[in-house]
Design a protein around this ligand. Structure first.
Ligand code: AMP
Length: 214
């Protein structure tokens, strides 16, 4: 089963993708995670990507398409995969189609922009472990301090309010035509479904499962 999970930054895509991939026993492929790993390893790809990522811009299509085409042809994707954060543009969606990578479902998580700004601009991260907190919804015991290690917490460059608003603008501008592309495909595959991303993690997950007929 091949699934694409779409949604604005901060919609909870990563969390839902993790659960869904585990449920279906297929690998989760997150372009954001792959790029962040490349940045922290200091590879050529990471150096190319960092500036775009820090300013909330999309990494150029050619770079991303190459990365994903290589990844989905790996043996662990034989029985399918879940794509999280790719495609993000019409060019990427068409490249996937041209590469003959057939999809079963395209799921769009829908969350209001203001809700996202509130969620993301309050997010704090522990750089060593990736542990995350939220100033309002999940505060650390001591402000700006990791509960487990006592290390200082940081706000990811791309979680700052101005950057979040820019990323939402980019999402709507570049992703909407892609959603239209999937909606408009004349065949039933992939099936395009919209799922409300507001509510508890498990509630959203149940909503996704009920749309997938599995
Ligand atoms: P994410 O964690 O999915 O929100 O991705 C973080 C950042 O990585 C984005 O703001 C982009 O700069 C970059 N990125 C991730 N996936 C893509 C993609 N499919 N196309 C272009 N840029 C991407």
């Amino acid at each position: 089963m091949r699934i694409i999970l779409l949604g604005p930054p901060g919609a909870g895509k990563g969390t839902q993708a993790e659960k869904l991939a585990a449920h279906l026993n297929i690998p989760k492929i997150s372009t954001g995670d792959m790029l962040r790993a490349a940045v922290s390893e200091g590879t050529d790809l990471g150096r190319q990507a960092q500036e775009y990522m820090d300013s909330g811009k999309l990494v150029p299509d050619a770079v991303i398409i190459d990365l994903v085409e290589n990844r989905v042809s790996a043996p662990d994707c034989k029985n399918g995969c879940l794509l999280d954060g790719f495609p993000r543009t019409l060019v990427q969606a068409k490249a996937l189609d041209r590469a003959g990578i057939d999809l079963d479902y395209v799921v769009e998580l829908v969350v209001d922009d203001e809700e996202i700004v509130q969620r993301m601009s309050g997010r704090l991260s522990h750089p060593g472990s990736g542990r995350s907190y939220h100033k309002i919804f999940n505060p650390p015991k001591v402000e700006w301090v990791d509960d487990i290690t006592g290390d200082p917490l940081v706000q990811r460059e791309d979680d700052k309010e101005e950057t979040v608003r820019h990323r939402l603008h980019v999402y709507h501008k570049q992703t909407a035509p892609m959603v239209e592309f999937y909606r408009g495909l004349s065949t039933d595959c992939p099936k395009f479904v919209e799922v409300q991303g507001v509510g508890k993690v498990d509630e959203v997950f149940e909503r996704i499962l009920s749309e997938l007929n599995i």
